[in-house]
Design a protein around this ligand. Structure first.
Ligand code: ZN
Length: 441
């Protein structure tokens, strides 16, 4: 049976993964809050990413730029002029929509005339009475400093990439990396989406993990292939996303950003359909060229071996944390029929599960069992950190809860433990129970 988005949303709220933003005040469109389990999962995904792309490689380095950047950044990058969606208003019910989401076969550059000719109906009131299409810039505006006027306007960054590009020169001048090299950043980004939707898939505040990989212009193709291969390795081996659910979409020239000579959208079969999980784009020297022009500073790189001087070209693998998290949840969410009952479990990789072990005493009213169980719990916590304790309800209920939050192993201390120092270890996926010596955990 195919997993439905509602099943995942419901589990996320029920078990403390993800809540609607500002829930207590009735929510706040396009925002989501993470609870204890969600934070644990998200941080683990981000840490695995950082380990794979930065720590385990000798050609990648991290940066962490400010969220509010000099507004010149967004002039140079083109966001100030063109980071806009086509907004259309229904003149009957005053509903506002993204025009390119109301009909097939059009994109963000659809004109008023083209849109009117498509005779789309309003999704809210069903009528067809549209106003003109207006360009709606998706950057969140704010003012920096005590004076609110045109000179104090600044923006919350709509992507993390520019915080990398603007630090390229600082990094080159301070640590002299050999080309090719990559700079990686993780962090929040903000887009005032006209219609946020599909759980955390499209929200107004989200988190990105981006790499700008700087190469000699002649070598972009081979480096593109290498990075793409690493993307698959990361998704399939580290995130354990099934390869058959991952698809490459070679973006057609007319759909690519004008500066990109090659873009691949890596898509995943989400419960909402096949959608973009991450993208990898060859951006030429577009960004460094823009910065060079806007700042008046040279972005040239001088090759230490050959002495050749050039502005590097860039390949950008860009991941959305929430989209990856949704793909991990969708891949691991499982419903199994057993003895006429439905068992829900998250088959999360051990490295991503919020808790590696759950420890409990068979009976909570037997002090000798509780004491021994605490001992085991403390030892495992000291060794692994992410271990949870559960002595609520009966064993069956505890297993059910731990299955739903993806805990791979449940350790139960019983009377035999007091005799022979072994515990019952119950496996999440197989549900089989084995006796294991405490020191072998
Ligand atoms: Zn309407």
């Amino acid at each position: 049976m195919a997993t439905k988005l509602e099943d995942i949303v419901s589990l996320c709220k029920r078990r403390g993964f993800i809540f609607p933003g500002s829930d207590v005040y009735g929510g706040f469109a396009g925002t989501w809050d993470y609870g204890p389990l969600g934070v644990a999962l998200k941080k683990k995904i981000m840490n695995e990413w950082w380990k794979f792309w930065v720590e385990d490689r000798d050609d990648m380095f991290g940066v962490d730029a400010a969220i509010i950047m000099n507004p010149k950044t967004w002039v140079a990058s083109g966001h100030a002029a063109t980071f806009a969606d086509p907004l259309v208003e229904c003149l009957e019910c005053k509903g506002r929509f993204r025009a390119d989401k109301l009909a097939d076969g059009i994109n963000e550059s659809v004109t008023t005339e083209e849109f009117h000719n498509l005779h789309a109906k309003c999704p809210t009131c069903g009528k067809e009475n549209w106003g003109p299409i207006r360009k709606f810039n998706m950057m969140f505006q704010t003012h920096v400093g005590p004076i609110v006027d045109d000179t104090s306007v600044a923006y919350l960054r709509p992507e993390t990439a520019q915080g990398i590009f603007t630090n390229y020169k600082n990094v080159v001048d301070s640590i002299y990396p050999s080309i090719p090299f990559g700079l990686a950043q993780q962090g929040k980004a903000f887009r005032n989406e006209i219609s946020p939707r599909d759980f955390v898939f499209r929200s107004r505040e989200f988190e990105q993990m981006e790499i700008e990989y700087f190469v000699h212009p002649d070598t972009w193709e081979e480096n593109f292939e290498k990075l793409l291969k690493s993307v698959h390795e990361f998704l399939e081996e580290k995130m354990e996303i099934p390869a058959e659910k991952i698809h490459e979409l070679e973006v057609a020239p007319e759909d690519r950003a004008h500066y990109s000579k090659r873009t691949i959208d890596v898509e995943f079969d989400y419960p909402i359909g096949r959608e973009e999980l991450m993208g990898i784009a060859y951006r030429t020297d577009f960004d460094l060229g823009n910065i060079q022009r806007e700042s008046g500073k040279s972005m040239e790189y001088r090759d230490k071996m050959t002495g050749e001087t050039f502005v590097p070209h860039v390949i950008e693998p860009s991941f959305g944390v929430e989209r990856l998290l949704m793909a991990v949840l969708a891949s691991s969410y499982t419903e199994e029929e057993k003895d006429g009952k439905t068992r829900v479990l998250l088959k999360l990789p051990e490295t991503l599960a919020p808790f590696r072990f759950c420890v409990s005493p068979l009976l909570k009213n037997k002090p000798e069992l509780v004491e021994k169980a605490k001992e085991v719990y403390d030892a495992l916590r000291a060794k692994y950190g992410n271990v949870t304790w559960d002595d609520s309800g009966n064993i069956g209920k505890r297993y059910m809860k731990q299955d739903e939050i993806g805990t791979p192993k449940c350790v139960v201390v019983d009377f035999d433990t007091l005799e022979d120092g072994t515990v019952t270890v119950r496996d999440r996926d197989m549900t089989e129970q084995t006796r294991v010596k405490i020191e072998e955990l």
